[in-house]
Design a protein around this ligand. Structure first.
Ligand SMILES: [Zn+2]
Length: 269
């Protein structure tokens, strides 16, 4: 297990305050370039440790608007290097480190986001405590949170989802991928967050569609599933209505994320 010794976290927050904030719910290029739905990723606050996942375009705007303080982040994690997941990584590193005046925090990303054409500027790397490469089947620890990257996804660039464990809960973030059998064996957890771009499968595009999401939810049977990262067709089909229908069909509580939605992990109790 790669241990990331981040700065000492103050245990002032009870675990019942654990939250996941959806900075944006748009996904794929047309939704992102129009910003009909915002983009910006997920902001976790778990057992007093704050982590940002996939800072897409507008992350800095959405975060500051919601009074989330980047200098409290312990880490930024990229599932992959695509723009809708990584465009704001540089400004968020600058914000996390107070403009580089406070060396602080970790960046975790697949190797291909960091090597030949890095998504992060070289001068910003020294602001960080360190950079950790995500690999299939590895475990990572940040403050009071541990997570694994159980399986490499099928997507045009190196991509991983994450399965998190806190003192009280487990949840998984299924980032961009084509559907494959390994997903259901890798993300068993109480809460599933699934990036669902299309209403119908669109081979050869490597994204999940609604039937894929329904299969994953039926197979894993989490307590709650949250759909996000919506493409244009999902938005037009009304995510809230889609979630209601999926709830009826799967027997699992399915929610459609909304821009700015804050999910309280105590809802899993
Ligand atoms: Zn992608």
């Amino acid at each position: 297990m790669a241990m990331l010794y981040s700065n000492i976290v103050m245990h002032t927050q009870s675990q019942s305050d654990d939250t996941i904030t959806f900075l944006g719910t748009g996904g794929a290029r047309f939704m992102i370039t129009t910003q009909i739905l915002a983009s910006g990723g997920l902001w976790l606050n778990l057992s007093g440790t704050e982590i940002l996942i996939d800072p897409g375009p507008g992350c800095i705007v959405q975060a500051t608007k919601r009074k989330l303080r980047a200098d409290k982040l312990s880490a930024i994690i990229l599932s992959h290097r695509h723009l809708d997941h990584a465009a704001d990584v540089n400004i968020m590193v600058e914000a996390m480190t107070r403009g580089g005046f406070k060396q602080h925090g970790w960046l975790l990303a697949p190797a291909d986001a960091l090597n030949t054409e890095p998504v992060i500027f070289s001068y910003l790397r020294s602001y960080l405590e360190g950079v950790e490469i995500l690999e299939e089947g590895k475990s990572y620890s940040i403050g009071n949170v541990t997570f694994t990257t159980p399986i490499r996804h099928i997507h045009p660039v190196e991509t991983y989802g994450m399965r998190f464990t806190t003192a009280e809960h487990t949840f998984s973030y299924i980032a961009d991928t084509r559907y494959f059998e390994g997903l259901r064996h890798s993300y068993d957890s109480e809460l599933l967050i699934i990036n669902v771009v299309f209403v119908e499968p669109r081979p050869p595009v490597d994204h999940l569609s609604l039937p894929d999401a329904e299969s994953i939810i039926t197979e894993i049977k989490p307590k709650v599933a949250i759909l996000t990262h919506f493409g244009m067709t999902i938005w037009q089909a009304k995510p809230g209505e889609i979630a209601r229908r999926l709830s009826q069909e799967t027997g699992v509580r399915v929610l459609a994320a909304r821009d700015g939605m804050r999910f309280e992990m105590s809802q899993l109790d």
